[in-house]
Design a protein around this ligand. Sequence first.
Ligand SMILES: Cc1cc2nc3c(=O)[nH]c(=O)nc-3n(C[C@H](O)[C@H](O)[C@H](O)COP(=O)(O)OP(=O)(O)OC[C@H]3O[C@@H](n4cnc5c(N)ncnc54)[C@H](O)[C@@H]3O)c2cc1C
Length: 458
Amino acid sequence: MKHVVIIGGGFAGLNVAKELGNRKEVRVTLLDKHNFHLFQPLLYQVAMAALNAGEIAYPLRMMLSKYKNVTVLKGIVKTVDPVTRTIFTDFGELSYDTLVMACGTKHHYFGHNEWEEFAPGLKTIAQAAEIRRRVMEAYENAERSLDPEEKKKLLTFVIVGGGPTGVELAGSIGEMSRHYLSKYFKNIDPTQIRIYIAHSAPRILQTFSPELSAKATEALAKLGVEVLSCCVVTKIDENGVQIGTGRIDAGTVLWAAGVRATSIGKTIGFETDRSGRIIVGQDLSVPGNPDVFIGGDQAHFELPDGSILPGLASVALQEGQAIGRNILNDIQGKPRKPFVYNDKGQMATIGKNIAIAERGNVRLSGLPAWIIWLAVHLYYLSGAKHRLFVLLQWGWSYFTFGHGARIVNKEWRFYPTVPEKAEPAEKEELVADQACLITNADPSGRGPNNPAASSRTD
Ligand SMILES: Cc1cc2nc3c(=O)[nH]c(=O)nc-3n(C[C@H](O)[C@H](O)[C@H](O)COP(=O)(O)OP(=O)(O)OC[C@H]3O[C@@H](n4cnc5c(N)ncnc54)[C@H](O)[C@@H]3O)c2cc1C
């Protein structure tokens, strides 16, 4: 039995596993640093408090449980030695006969990783939660601020990058400001909110036609979003962004400007492009390494016209299926088939009733595009339960603007580490508090020193 190891349970890796599922000829191990598959196209809705994380993330184990020959392991892959066919992980080594790498991308700050602290990007659930926290706290702090300058800064949002993610984030903040703030915040005037998209190119949504890009800009303007085109951000700090010689003081800056493939390709020594994507042949394997396939955002696949396939879920999904089929072709002694991409077009949503969609020469905007956007995203979500929950959430929000996930909370510890700079008296108190916790930790939980332990108190 051949052992196929898949690194990454995103759209590409998951579809390789499904293609090989319950095939007697192979044993499959899927490795991922998370124990879930994440539906990234709806991640911005988690960041904007429209959906809960559990509605777009599904345990890989459950998704693949019906395939007897597929094992899911949670772990971080450090590197791979293609000569000895060994995978090095944080929990040990694994060997393979065929390897599929589909590790996706991470944010690229163009040599300024220090900007991440001030401008989080949106790629993981943790980042979505952090963005939500920052946006919500900006509103909360503005509500109680008595200083007009501070209030102005808190109510200024800058999104760096005018691709689909930047547009979706900006549109959602615009919509939230118009409908949510006016209803629930008494000390914020929604007309004071300023939302900017800082974009280095002449127009946003560059991969769409100029006509649709213009329509999106118009729709954003109606939501109070100003697009700053041809603007290169040169500095980001805790107080805002520097654009050339100008400056925008902002309470919240979000990064949606660039991604690059995860660095694992480089560590192995495979040939990569400028974005760190591993260059693959027409069968999606690495030239000179026929037992290693690359799929999804991590692959640099060149079309016959010389263009490179973009980082889209539909590309990753189709590549995953094609890799799975070629692995089976290998086992059955059949020739591998070159990958042929079926272009399903592209879409971006701006807000309620407004989206743009493009497929070949067919271009749609406004409500028809929005309805298609909703239908496509619901269709590709995994599982009937998730589809139903998301549909209910969307339905509720549509009629009430009452998003359900606006709770933010960062602190989880009752007893944080005693700060070094604490005053002696305060330090003593904190230490005593912690000591009390330790001495009271008897097996019964009801020690003599712990009067509270016998009754439920918080
Ligand atoms: C906010 C956002 C919105 C998007 N919207 C759309 C959209 O509307 N339409 C569209 O088509 N596409 C969209 N995309 C792009 C789409 O989500 C990606 O193209 C797609 O997820 C790529 O799939 P993948 O399998 O290559 O990688 P991913 O889905 O990123 O999966 C990679 C997996 O590899 C795992 N991994 C990474 N490194 C390691 C390691 N070292 N060890 C173990 N596991 C590892 C990760 O945990 C992850 O599960 C969006 C992306 C984002 C971030």
